[in-house]
Design a protein around this ligand. Sequence first.
Ligand code: UGA
Length: 436
Amino acid sequence: MKIAIIGTGYVGLPSGIGFASLGHNVVCIDKDENKIKNLQEGRLTLYEDGLQDLFLKVLQNGRLKLTTSTQAVKDADIVILAVGTPPHPETGEADLRYIYAAAEELAPHLTGYTVIADKSTVPVGTGDMVEKIIAKNNKNADFDVVSLPEFLREGFALHDFFHPDRVVVGANKPRACEVIKNLYASFEDKINMIFVSRPSAETIKYASNAFLAMKIHYINEMADFCEKSGANINEVALGMGLDSRIGNKFLNAGPGYGGSCFPKDTLAMSLMAEKYGVEMSLINRTIAGNKERKIKMAERILSSVQNIKNPKIGVLGLAFKNGTDDVRESPAIEIISQMLKFNKNINITAFDYQANENAKKILDNQINYASSPENVFDNADVVAVLTEWKEFKTLDFEKLSAKMHTKRIVDLRNILDEDKLKNLGFEYSKIGSFQK
Ligand code: UGA
């Protein structure tokens, strides 16, 4: 099939590379000239495990093309919209200007029957608007707009692309449904594909993200309870997760969720519901609780060094989670910012395997950036683990303990070996377990 994808972010680019690798002819379109130039020259503009090799392969065999010109949608069987829908700076609602602009620009170039599939996360009714915009800008266009929400996770984009839990198709025309079936026909796995109305598909995306965010908030509140009651959140999550109705995923207590999706989509869902006069009380509490959590976490790290005049704090991890270079709404960035606000005398040195450069764009010279995780320990009074990179687990803590001023670790991701660290003489604290 001929596929055009508008937007080369964390959804558009991995999807484009994935579809090209399955033998489709894909053109990825983005307005950002610099990004397209880098991509055309074989430089990936985001970090995703395993993506680089596949990218070079489809670039070299000509299945993937890159351009800044929306005219490239010409002859496409399907045009996938994968542009950003960031929170509107004033209202916090999903900002739809990029999606509407894309619809307007692509409309005149459509040829033959084309399915416009929206993969961007958009409020209910956006599909209707896109349909109107295209019809207005091309009176002869033969097209259908379907909602095709994307559920892939950053850091696991390729895995999730090739093995989706489900493909949700919001379409009401059989002709459009056939095109989507063909799009997924070459997948090795049997795809769990459901066909629903467009408003349902648009809602499924928000309802899923908000539910997962709530699940994280729930386990974090439970962790607070465990810290007071004498229970251990890891054990509690293990026991809960064995109930198949609950499931064992998204039960890792931590510093609160981040990323470009959950914070944005919970807020957008809440505001969207408000417009219909429906109060999303659970989601609202999740949003507020998740913000408060970052402040509590900053206080927790600072309280561990409260008797030190100019404490030196080491930070392991800046990305919003492991496996990505993305720092958007990263708990690590927020916690560091809060610490800097609370105590002007601290000195922070941080390290991330992929996100140092992106973090610099936000935190600039307010902190130091280490070139290795080991350097974070130099003369530190405490080292805090803020991102769950598994590589942190296998650091040589015996050697590192000698570098520290005070052997103290605050593990906000519960990834390190407590017994081992305590045996090495570390003062070790983590999330959701009773501190004697
Ligand atoms: C999320 C969803 O998981 C995807 O299904 C969805 O497609 C995507 O948003 C999107 O809307 O584009 P993503 O933002 O990549 O994916 O990240 P997640 O893996 O969901 O993690 C989000 C945050 O929750 C991270 O800060 C992570 O550390 C945190 N988290 C996750 C926890 O604190 N505990 C957990 O048990 C799981």
